[in-house]
Design a protein around this ligand. Structure first.
Ligand code: ATP
Ligand code: MG
Length: 200
């Protein structure tokens, strides 16, 4: 900020300083937001409340929020095995948030290929699977990536912006609804994250 006020700098230099300041301020904003969210979820200040709502709408709303990002990277989002509607006990706002975090990762960590979403109903749980054709993960990372601030070292993910809070927030949201998130992946081939919700 101070540098941009120096009279010796050209207009161009000032504009570049200010644009960098804007980027940094935005990053601090995202980080504060994510930290507050996880703290409020864990301390019960935010209540995740299940109501009967259309789970298909929740999934479609989450997909809409990453469509522009995916299109910009040339990644089609393919929706498979999704009924027209499905009345299901879940928190639509927070489940959408969890799905958005998973979809955001699928887009961020995939260079080419596609992202596929599917919904499957089992006897006890219903799960939404988000599969990508991205950089993938080694098996020893599966558990670690759900820890706060963890980002896989030395893999292409480090060149992508992130705070390492998206997955811990998503898992906490699913756990508070009696569900969970699982991951299956292959390095260099892609990953599938499955969000499990209890049927009742
Ligand atoms: N679909 C994926 N493919 C490959 N690696 C992934 C994928 N999703 C997550 N990861 C790895 O797990 C790490 C943690 O993910 P998480 O979403 O918590 O944080 P982030 O994406 O780095 O930052 P943000 O807080 O912005 O979400 C990522 O940094 C990345 O290394
Ligand atoms: Mg993320």
């Amino acid at each position: 900020m101070d540098l941009s006020l120096e009279p010796s700098h050209t207009e161009e230099e000032r504009a570049s300083f200010l644009s960098e300041c804007k980027k940094q301020t935005e990053k601090i904003g995202w980080l504060t937001d994510a930290l507050l969210k996880i703290a409020r979820l864990e301390t019960g200040l935010i209540a995740v409340t299940k109501i009967s709502a259309d789970l298909v709408k929740t999934v479609r709303d989450a997909v809409s929020s990453v469509t522009a990002q995916a299109t910009a990277k040339g990644l089609p989002i393919i929706i498979e095995r999704l009924p027209d509607t499905l009345s299901f006990a879940h928190d639509p706002v927070w489940t959408k948030e969890a799905l958005c975090n998973i979809l955001d990762n699928a887009v961020k960590y995939t260079k080419a290929g596609s992202i596929t979403i599917a919904l499957e109903q089992g006897p006890l749980y219903t799960h939404v699977d988000v599969a990508d054709t991205g950089i993938g993960l080694a098996p020893e990372e599966y558990a670690k990536i759900f820890a706060r601030f963890y980002r896989v070292r030395g893999h292409a993910a480090q060149r992508v912006e992130g705070t390492g809070l998206g997955l811990p927030i998503a898992r906490e949201i699913m756990r508070q609804q009696g569900g969970n998130i699982t991951v299956a992946s292959e390095l260099g081939k892609g990953s599938t994250f499955s969000l499990f919700l209890q049927n009742c």
